[in-house]
Design a protein around this ligand. Sequence first.
Ligand SMILES: Cc1cc2nc3c(=O)[nH]c(=O)nc-3n(C[C@H](O)[C@H](O)[C@H](O)COP(=O)(O)OP(=O)(O)OC[C@H]3O[C@@H](n4cnc5c(N)ncnc54)[C@H](O)[C@@H]3O)c2cc1C
Length: 468
Amino acid sequence: MTELSATPEGVLSNVEVDTVENLVIVGSGPAGYTAAIYAARANLSPLLITGFQDGGIPGGQLMTTTHVENFPGFPDGILGPELMDRCKAQALRWGTRLVEADAEAIDLSQRPFRITAEGRNIESQAVILATGASANRLHLPSEERFWSRGISACAICDGATPQFRNEELAVVGGGDSACEEAGYLTKYGSHVHLIVRGDKLRASAAMADRVLANPSITVQWNSQVVEASGSDTWMSGITLRDTSSGASRDLPVRGLFYAIGHTPNTRLVCGQLEVDAKGYLITRPGRPETSLEGVYAAGDVADAEWRQGITAAGSGCQAALAAERWLSHHGLAVTVQREAVEPGAVGEQRRTAVSDEANFDPDALWQKGGYALRKLYHDSKRPLLVVYTSPSCGPCHVLKPQLKRVLEELGGRAQGVEIDIEADQDIAVQAGVSGTPTVQLFFRKELQQQWKGVKQRSEFRQAIDALL
Ligand SMILES: Cc1cc2nc3c(=O)[nH]c(=O)nc-3n(C[C@H](O)[C@H](O)[C@H](O)COP(=O)(O)OP(=O)(O)OC[C@H]3O[C@@H](n4cnc5c(N)ncnc54)[C@H](O)[C@@H]3O)c2cc1C
């Protein structure tokens, strides 16, 4: 049997694995991490495949939002990425092991079940599917630019954001969700436009009547959103195309809410487990068991209705408890012995201090701020990765540890600097950064390559290797 080895962050190194796992959890949103916390505390040493790009990002949908005001325990609210960082830290503290990759294939036709991730074959007695659901998007040309800066996929979550107060807002969609969200947003906006492609609503009659009778809502019939516009900080309008005449017109709205459905991330198990007409996993009513013994579902992947962080977390707990009982009942669990009953406290995360004249280190792998950037740009003979981040950017939380791992693997042959674009706006403007995360690779004062968004570690590694 090959021993698994993990970094202090719980990430498994690239070793051959021929162990049969007790429990593999697929997905790292609130459902996946809650399941992991319960399973790890039950000494099952769960393996969690975080996902990377397929169906979301590590940490799940809450990584793409700013303030979460309705998760119990945080009376002043909490940033979505911070909440997920905490869930992750709690899961790791109790012994969860991570594979930071997408599950590429899941074979439930034989036992133990087989999952392929990062090119490895992983065998497991039980599986919890917590792969979430992705809100459908319109894929407007400027969608990424205004995501969480005017465009949102969740009116109930984001409607109360100060920027939407007393402003004109728009909801896209003609079904029950769109009508409900339009009504909900009238609490905050000065007026709400419901953008409908056809000439009637698909919503139930009662819901449609309520919308049509509401003087604060105008239905924009036969209309399709084709683009959004605004400043660097916030969206200020959308362009509509008339679906019958083809004519374009502008609508000055500060918020655009998508209510055009969700797609559950069940592609890998379709045909192996029962799913409903929309592709959501079917479980026993009120329970986490899927149609196959030993396979459990948690969170949005099996929930077309509630789709909230707390409901996902609750069902993650149920799934882990059910998996543990099933494994014990069949004598399949190989539990781990803890050296200490109580693992060490996680403590506050150490943040990188902004470098200045006093603490700048020319050989440090990772530093922060304009001073370090200027010094390294001019003096360093090594490739320099510059990552532009902002405090509420979830994907930045995902990307930074990946970049640090690349630099650690390179053993000091390249260096990194983080620029917070809120703190160092001038630098961001000078560098032409239009969104976060953006990564620029410099070598001998020349810009070699630029990436926007979260990318695989191998892309950065290859680009740096080519310079060495
Ligand atoms: C913009 C926005 C704002 C929101 N705000 C709030 C809020 O304020 N409060 C609230 O309660 N809810 C909010 N929600 C809803 C909430 O985010 C979801 O209900 C919740 O995240 C669902 O959790 P989950 O664990 O089921 O799935 P998700 O959070 O969707 O996580 C799914 C995970 O599965 C992973 N995955 C997918 N495919 C694979 C694969 N092939 N292999 C491995 N992993 C995979 C993804 O990477 C991701 O980590 C918001 C949603 C959005 C979109």
